[in-house]
Design a protein. Structure first.
Length: 322
């Protein structure tokens, strides 16, 4: 069935919330459901809709895949605890790094390294262990559009690619915000009482920092891009931009350190102006600010000898590099 978009203009947040709460209750019936919360606005909205519909019959997990930003699992669990939702952090780091080992092709990374581990291994295990029959997830309209158009395989697209989740993974998937784009999801989040820290949060992809490492993903390379991400996010959080990020490249470049040749690492900084991620343009950041970011990355991230700023728009570029 084709998904019908609900535009921000046509959205009545209260009516949407009532409808989705009812739809979740009907889909899950008397059984249990699980959902994975990443702290992004999409999964946060689904968590609150699901808890309104199901209360304690929804088990919310934060999958610690080893690819998240510094302190993220604990901070997200804390915020939801304050909202009355218990979040269990599931340590799946080893499973993800094992699946990602040696994988360099971007689509294989997304498919075998992330999607398969998430759905076949981690979620299937959680569903089995707690006896749930349904997974609620925060797929949004843009995810479907890009995957179906063949631009990028978003990690959370399943039925639109012909995957029967009950057959493949042993559970049904319900996607309450699939008709919305990001601005509409934010509006629903605000109406549900999410704190601004979450409903206004820049988007962050499900495959997390794995989409910010070109080439092989290892715990060491993730640690490098995580450190650069902390710097970029700290420096750009007041920029008003749609999304900003640090990327670790695979190619090394010649530099000089302590008077000697150093074949070192390259970090690319991206900062985007966009309404809905479909098209985007690089933010016109002041050069002083870019220089401060570069100085900090060079000083604080070991081995970096080059920092660049992306100035190509989407399209033909994409927001993420993988
Ligand atoms: P691209 O890179 O396709 O990104 O221009 C568009 C928007 O989608 C986010 N993104 C993802 N989100 N799973 C997600 O949940 C994914 O696999 C994924 N890939 C990209 C990206 O951060 C941007 O906001």
């Amino acid at each position: 069935m084709a998904v019908q978009e609900i535009t921000l203009q046509d959205l009545s947040t209260e009516a949407f919330i009532d409808e989705q709460v009812k739809a979740i209750s009907e889909a899950v019936g008397d059984s249990l459901a699980v959902n994975a919360l990443s702290g992004g606005v999409d999964s946060s909205v689904v968590t609150l809709l699901g808890h309104r519909a199901l209360g304690d019959r929804l088990k919310t997990y934060f999958v610690e895949n080893g690819l998240m930003r510094a302190g993220e699992p604990q901070r997200v669990a804390e915020i939801f605890q304050e909202l009355g939702v218990h979040v269990e952090i599931v340590d799946a780091k080893d499973k993800f790094f094992a699946a990602l080992a040696g994988v360099t092709d971007p689509e294989v990374k997304r498919d075998k390294g992330i999607t398969e581990v998430f759905y076949k291994d981690v979620f299937a295990g959680l569903v089995r262990d707690c006896g749930a029959k349904t997974l609620l997830q925060g797929t949004i309209y843009t995810d479907v559009e890009e995957t179906v158009a063949g631009i990028k395989r978003q990690h959370n697209i399943l039925s639109q690619l012909g995957i029967d989740t009950e057959e493949a993974y042993g559970y049904k998937v319900v996607e309450p915000v699939i008709q919305l784009r990001k601005p509409a999801v934010r509006a629903v989040g605000k109406a549900l009482g999410l704190p601004e820290e979450l409903f206004a949060r820049p988007p962050f992809p499900g495959p997390a920092l794995a989409t910010r490492v070109v080439g092989a993903v290892t715990p060491e390379r993730i640690a490098l891009v995580r450190a650069a991400t902390t710097i970029v996010e700290g420096e750009l959080c007041d920029s008003g931009a749609f999304q900003y990020m640090a990327i670790l490249h695979e190619d090394r470049v010649t530099g000089i350190r302590d008077g000697k040749r150093d074949f070192g690492l390259q970090i690319e900084v991206r900062c985007w102006d966009s309404a809905d991620a479909v098209t985007a343009t690089p933010t016109d950041l002041p050069f002083d600010q870019l220089r401060r970011i570069a100085d900090r990355i060079i000083a604080e991230v070991p081995g970096v000898v080059s920092v660049t700023y992306n100035i190509a728009p989407k399209p033909p570029s994409c927001i993420e590099v993988v």
